[in-house]
Design a protein around this ligand. Structure first.
Ligand SMILES: Nc1nc2c(ncn2[C@@H]2O[C@H](COP(=O)(O)OP(=O)(O)OP(=O)(O)O)[C@@H](O)[C@H]2O)c(=O)[nH]1
Ligand SMILES: [Mg+2]
Length: 452
């Protein structure tokens, strides 16, 4: 991927629509687009001289024939998304017409962009750092307002600011240590060591605080995992269907109806939730059912929250008591179902619902939302929630910072201390991309849509 090339792609979804936008970026972008279009009116003769950021009416000419009437906007670098010269052609949104406009641009000197290449260029040209580029994709894929807000703030640098100040602080610690390496005759003063240790600990605390937002980040992106478990016939599948508002799982009076786990994504009070319906838990001889039960436990283990469903119209047996005990340590809501019938179970904090009449379901959703957000640590700083990549590198940074502090207080040679600190700084730098590799960039930007 030569960064000198002029690239082009359809920036709107494939298929028919009102309009479609074709984006051209690179040092030849304006010249390439200028060959493709004829501006309406006599005011401007060429795109080279038109005012920037102004939509102008034009025709796209292909083999001397006008194929569409379009609006062309010129952005001169660095005042563009990629920081390069960019032209956006808004044409009619038909499948054929957009293809022909794109072909015309490609025939006149641009090459097709690969997914994420526009954002990659924005990053390479210093227009944004890696956390901001990642936030562009998060914003596009956001399913809830909360996820969108976090992406929006990260796009404007909420995470970058924290990472950069962390890095600046550690760089000055490193400078201090290195100064002592350069002058080995001067012993490092004990109170200097104490001061440096205090700064390392503060940095470590900040890294740990960022790491605590990883769950929130995952939840914003992928949704909270909520496993619906309980004995057979309690109404787990009925509850799944109610929560989804759709007839997703088979419901029947036969105990052991659900065998496999069923996953479905939904939104509860603005939070993405992945509900997992599971096979009823009981002792069984049937190997299929046993496999289902194994999967139920697996789903429960992987869940952020467990909805433990009981049939409220029948007394709990010994096995139920054991199950209640088994998941007692987990973030759990006890759902007492079948409240349309006489309820014989009372449980402190349990939520009574009826999947038959819909009674109590709104209250249950409220409880789910409250429990989720009280169980998940969120950053004090709104809009900061790290992703799994940030988590990996920050875990490395945390380990290296720990080593640095231990080394310093144990009186290890300053060379070794400085070495560990440089490892930590390298990892922290990777978050914003100061020390990124091609593979890393590939793996991040290939997840983008074409044209972004
Ligand atoms: N009266 C009443 N019956 C219900 C209610 N919810 C579910 N049922 C009935 O209870 C039976 C079992 O419901 P399911 O949703 O299949 O139960 P399950 O927990 O998924 O059962 P398994 O998949 O076998 O583990 C069905 O006959 C439902 O119609 C309720 O709120 N009130
Ligand atoms: Mg079921």
């Amino acid at each position: 991927m030569n960064p000198q090339d002029t690239i082009a792609a359809l920036a709107t979804p494939v298929g028919n629509g009102g309009i479609a936008v074709i984006r051209v970026s690179g040092r030849e972008a304006i010249r390439v687009a200028d060959i493709c279009v004829r501006l309406a009116g006599a005011r401007y003769s060429s795109l080279i001289t038109v005012p920037e950021r102004t939509a102008l009416l034009a025709q796209v000419i292909r083999n001397k024939v006008s194929i569409d009437e379009v609006l062309v906007t010129v952005f001169r670098g660095p005042r563009s998304f990629t920081a390069e010269d960019t032209v956006e052609i808004a044409c009619h949104g038909g499948g054929l017409v957009t293809r022909l406009v794109l072909e015309t641009v490609l025939a006149n000197g641009a090459r097709p962009a690969v997914p994420g290449e526009f954002t990659l260029r924005a990053y390479l040209n210093g227009r944004m750092d890696l956390t901001q580029a990642e936030a562009v994709a998060d914003l596009i894929h956001a399913r809830t307002e909360r996820a969108l807000l976090t992406a929006r703030l990260q796009m404007s640098g909420s995470l970058s600011v924290r990472i950069n100040s962390l890095r600046d602080g550690l760089l000055s610690v490193l400078a201090h240590i290195e100064a002592h390496i350069d002058f080995p005759d001067e012993d490092i003063q004990p109170d200097t060591v104490v001061a440096l240790l205090a700064r390392l600990k503060k940095a470590l605390k900040e890294v740990e605080e960022l790491l605590r937002t990883a769950d929130e980040g995952r939840i914003l992106k992928e949704g909270v995992r909520v496993a619906i478990i309980g004995p057979p016939n309690a109404g787990k599948s009925s509850l799944l269907n109610q929560l989804l508002g759709q007839d997703r799982a088979i419901v029947s009076p036969i105990a052991g109806t659900t065998r496999d786990t069923i996953e479905e994504l939904s939104t509860i009070r603005g939070t993405s939730v992945v509900f997992v319906d599971t096979a009823g838990l009981r002792s069984s001889e049937d190997i299929l059912e046993l496999e289902g039960i194994r999967r139920s436990r697996e789903a429960a283990d992987a869940a952020d929250l467990i909805l433990h469903v009981l049939d409220g119209s029948i007394q709990t047996g010994i096995y139920d008591a054991a199950l209640l005990e088994e998941f007692a340590g987990r973030t759990r809501i006890l759902v007492i179902n079948k409240a349309d019938l006489p309820v014989v179970i009372r449980w402190e904090g349990g939520v009574e619902v009826s999947c038959r009449t819909g009674l109590g379901l709104e209250a249950l959703k409220e409880t789910i939302n409250r429990v989720i957000w009280s169980a998940i640590p969120t950053s004090a700083d709104a809009g900061v929630a790290i992703n799994s990549r940030h988590r990996q590198v920050l875990e490395r940074a945390s380990a290296a910072l720990g080593q640095t502090a231990t080394g310093l207080s144990a009186g290890l040679t300053l060379e070794l201390v400085a070495f560990e600190l440089r490892v930590a700084l390298g990892a922290i730098g990777e978050v914003v991309g100061g020390t990124s590799t091609d593979d890393l960039l590939d793996s991040i930007f290939s997840q983008f849509c074409l044209g972004k």
